[in-house]
Ligand binder design. Structure first.
Ligand code: HEM
Length: 397
């Protein structure tokens, strides 16, 4: 049954991956001017007419050529522009010679561009000193292409791989079956903190995805008014959740760092694929956290810190970063967020569907004795030795 769910999920996610892949080839790398983003605004009047679209495309093309701000394509050539006219029957060599003969006339091409420089007197607002910001176009082109399509491919790709894995492997069960006896694994503070961080992260991911994809995916479905309300609510929540998320990763770091320092056991665990394959005899020994969990832990700590730092950079514009810094911060933020969503999807999978007996650890705080023995044998031994638990009396026939 569980394997069938995996198979169906894999088919659905492979189809979604395919759809995004096709869209990637059709991607129009243009930012069409829009309005009415905030609730109540008019719908964006984007024309379907091919000729209009071409005009718009040509005009935006000019914007992409850095430092070129030309006239609109249909406009007359500006007076004073340097004209270089060659005769059609001139060979390339002759063209060069004729151009060089008139090089005085064209020397303007060879000079650095003229700039107008001066001072502005807008007190305490250095931002308005910037009149044009050409690198913003590079950032915008990146913002609207790689993270959007790459993010879709990555997230659906991870889901498809998890579905395929479940279909192939089935659930990792407790080999000896449940013992009916539990041992303590996580205390109340650890669990409460886990769920505070998890709730914050899941809502951050959902609201972040609305910010990234909402305009193209949700707005046509919901209409500008409803989408406007949803988007502003999402943006507000996305910022406010910074507080529990940051607090959560700080507490996680303090509470779990000592169990997550790398050790030689980790390499062995990774070489045996964590005993996740079908050959259960490969189940490697582990202390409280195995190498897979250490990857999740460090992914959360490092990824979370990067997200918080870049998020604050955007939250407080120009406080410590200028335009360039904020653009770079945004790009890093979105890439880190997508990678972390992939990691957490894997984590949620293994904590629920993927492995029998794991979820109670972080819910009730106790795990079945046999689960502990199978997945964290050295930690289990340690609990026995320290007298935290007692060995089970042998069952008499
Ligand atoms: C519905 C969502 C989630 C579920 C079902 C879940 C489940 C679990 C479980 C069962 C454990 C304990 C594993 C064990 O006993 O060894 C755990 C640990 C942990 N969780 Fe979650 N979790 C979820 C979301 C999250 C999120 C969103 C984060 C971070 C942003 C997170 C971070 C961690 C970390 C760092 C650990 C310790 C390392 C590990 O066991 O992998 N969890 N989680």
């Amino acid at each position: 049954m569980v394997r069938a769910i995996g198979g169906i999920a894999a088919i659905v996610f492979i189809a979604l991956f395919g759809i995004v892949l096709v869209q990637t080839f059709n991607a129009r790398d243009l930012v069409v001017p829009t309005n009415g983003v905030i609730g109540g605004g008019a719908a964006d009047p984007v024309s379907d007419n091919a000729a209009d679209y071409q005009t718009l495309a040509n005009r935006l093309q000019l914007q992409r050529w850095r430092s070129d701000a030309g006239p609109a394509p249909e406009a007359e050539e500006a007076s004073g522009a340097v004209q270089v006219n060659f005769r059609a029957d001139q060979a390339p060599g002759e063209r060069v010679a004729s151009w060089l003969a008139r090089s005085e006339e064209h020397s303007e091409f060879l000079q650095p561009r003229r700039k107008i420089e001066g001072h502005t007197w807008v007190a305490a607002n250095p931002v308005v000193d910037v009149l044009t910001q050409p690198q913003g176009r590079d950032w915008r082109a990146f913002r609207n292409s790689w993270p959007v399509y790459g993010g879709g491919l990555f997230i659906f790709g991870v889901c498809a791989v998890l579905g395929l894995f479940l279909a192939w492997r089935g659930r990792v069960t407790i080999r000896e079956g449940e013992s009916g006896e539990s041992v303590p694994r996580f205390g109340l503070v650890e669990r409460a903190n886990h769920w505070m961080t998890a709730t914050a992260f899941i809502l951050l991911a959902l609201t972040g995805l609305i910010i990234l994809y909402g305009r193209s995916l949700l707005r046509p479905l919901l209409g500008p008014q409803t989408f406007g309300d949803l988007a502003s609510g999402a943006a507000w929540l996305h910022t406010a959740l910074l507080v529990p998320f940051t607090l959560g990763i700080v507490i996680m770091f303090v509470a779990w760092i000592r169990h997550n320092l790398p050790s030689r056991l980790d390499w062995e665990w990774l070489k045996r694929g964590g005993g996740m394959g079908r050959d259960v005899s490969l189940n490697p020994p582990a202390r409280k956290f195995n190498a897979g969990q250490k990857i999740v832990f460090w992914g959360v700590i490092i990824g979370g810190s990067v997200l918080v730092a870049t998020g604050l950079t955007m939250m407080f514009p120009f406080l410590w970063a200028g335009y360039d810094g904020m653009e770079l911060g945004q790009s890093i933020h979105v890439v880190a967020a997508i990678l972390m969503i992939g990691l957490i999807l894997g984590h949620i999978y293994i904590g629920t569907l993927g492995m029998e007996g794991a979820f109670p650890a972080i819910w009730s705080g106790r795990v079945d004795r046999n689960w502990a023995k199978e997945h964290h044998s050295l930690w289990y031994e340690d609990l026995l030795q320290r007298g935290r638990i007692y060995s089970r009396p042998a069952v008499e026939d």
